[in-house]
Design a protein around this ligand. Structure first.
Ligand SMILES: [Zn+2]
Length: 454
């Protein structure tokens, strides 16, 4: 159980990446001045996670021009793109120009260690082309044009498959789903989409069930695989089913998850602004651990390791992000005219979090710490209704969008199609196993020669 929560906790980064809008929108990306500082930002969770330098550079699709001398290179720890290109044979001037156009499609500050590149040199030894895979199915191609370079972003061929998985929860949803072969990123996303309806600390019982239908993208050669979107997911908790379908509403900016009745899963506020944490202190009267006398505890305390990400419980505007007396490093978000949430004792603030900043639900606003008047690291979390703290556990959380009219009809058609696909996949599996049974039943007239050794 603990391990399950812990695993969910450490993979929270991918959870956030999944839900946030693409920050590298190439239409609006400004040209970023080339500095060597980005290499410090290129970090892996653990040094061993960085691909070794001798990993084959197979992911680069070689272009047709045979006259060029292609050299595969990889960004090493402590090296920037500039160093890497110069080392492979480019002049600093050419490398600078090529990186400048490349950065139209890539945020160079996010360049990871291990990123593979393919540099092409003409017979005179000049840098003539540069290819870099931006993500699973897109490649940035830089080509020499006269004295400079031009960059294009190309789609790579891929196919999308669907996968249906179901199982029984033995200990935690995370571990049970993992045993059924679901990848971490999909499990974390499943936890996220249900986090508005389910309190994962309290609602999960042994024997509860999960079901999921999701996409998996595969490169044409089958060598690269990337998990896609969850199309449908269902949890049956204490016999009560909760089903969610992915759908992009007519006025929605992004696809969201909806119940079959057309109501969005996304609530104005999440139930818990942190994953993998233990609720260590409830709302109400208690003896203050530092001051010694009894007083109201006007929030919930979540115990979690220092550095655990804290999420904005809902969309809103940061009202305060600064030191605040005994609260230490403190963030307060105004969600609407009625609701605010506050987060205290943070070790540090999330990137760009400051007063006046607009935040999205699930966005990281800070990290667990022990600043202010505390005995140990934890998140102190408050919900304020009309400026007064209320018990977050007793809150009737306001609901999100409800689909209507054409939008709802479209959603229901899509949901019906997903149900149909799942039924078809289930029947296929059944058919296959029935055939096995039939073959076993028909049997061979003689017993098999090799008996299993029991
Ligand atoms: Zn507290």
């Amino acid at each position: 159980m603990g391990a399950g929560l812990f695993m969910a906790g450490i993979t929270i980064g991918s959870l956030i990446d999944f839900s946030s809008p693409n920050p590298q929108n190439h239409d609006s990306l400004p040209i970023i001045p080339i500095e060597e500082t980005y290499r410090d930002n290129a970090t892996y969770a653990h040094p061993d996670d960085a691909p070794p330098d001798d990993t084959p550079l197979g992911i680069i699709i070689p272009p047709k021009e045979a006259a060029l001398d292609f050299r595969g290179v990889r960004i090493k720890r402590g090296q920037g793109m500039m160093d890497t290109l110069v080392k492979s044979g480019a002049t600093r001037k050419d490398a600078y120009k090529a990186i400048t156009v490349l950065s139209q499609y890539y945020d160079m500050r996010k360049l990871p260690i291990g990123q593979a590149l393919q540099a092409g040199y003409d017979p005179q030894g000049r840098l003539s082309s540069l290819n870099m895979q931006k993500d699973f199915d897109r490649m940035i191609r830089v080509k020499r044009s006269g004295d400079g370079y031009i960059a294009t972003l190309n789609d790579l061929p891929s196919l999308t498959l669907t996968r249906h998985v179901q199982g029984v929860i033995d200990d935690s949803l995370f571990l049970s789903a993992y045993r059924e072969g679901l990848p971490n990123s999909i499990i974390v996303e499943m936890i996220r989409i249900f986090s508005f309806d389910v309190d994962f600390q309290r609602d999960i019982r042994k024997g509860d069930r999960f079901e999921i239908f999701y996409e998996r993208k595969m490169s044409e050669d089958g060598r690269r695989v990337e998990e896609g979107d969850i199309l449908y997911a269902k949890l049956t908790l204490s016999g009560k089913p909760i089903s969610l379908y992915r759908y992009k509403a007519k006025n929605g900016l992004f696809a969201d998850y909806f119940h079959k009745n057309g109501q969005s899963a996304k609530k104005a506020l999440m139930r818990t602004p942190i994953e993998g944490a233990r609720l260590s202190s409830y709302y109400g009267k208690r003896k203050h651990p530092v001051l010694g006398y009894t007083r109201m505890h006007k929030g919930l305390d979540f115990s979690a390791p220092t550095g655990t990400p804290i999420m904005a419980a809902g969309d809103g505007i940061v009202e305060r992000a600064s030191r605040y007396g005994s609260f230490g490093n403190y963030v307060r978000i105004r969600h609407n005219g009625t609701y605010k949430t506050a987060y205290a004792h943070m070790s540090r603030y999330g990137r760009g979090i400051k007063s006046g900043k607009r935040v999205k639900q699930g966005q990281i606003i800070g990290y667990v710490g022990a600043t202010g008047r505390v005995t140990g690291r934890h998140l102190h979390y408050e919900v304020l209704v009309n400026g007064k703290q209320v018990n977050p556990l007793h809150l009737k959380i306001p609901t999100g969008v409800t689909l209507k009219g054409d939008d709802k009809a479209k959603f229901l058609a899509l949901a019906g199609n997903v149900d149909h696909q799942i039924t078809a996949q289930k029947q296929n599996i059944l058919l296959t196993s029935n055939q096995d049974v039939a073959m076993n039943d028909a049997g061979s007239p003689e017993p098999p020669l090799i008996m299993p050794a029991f």
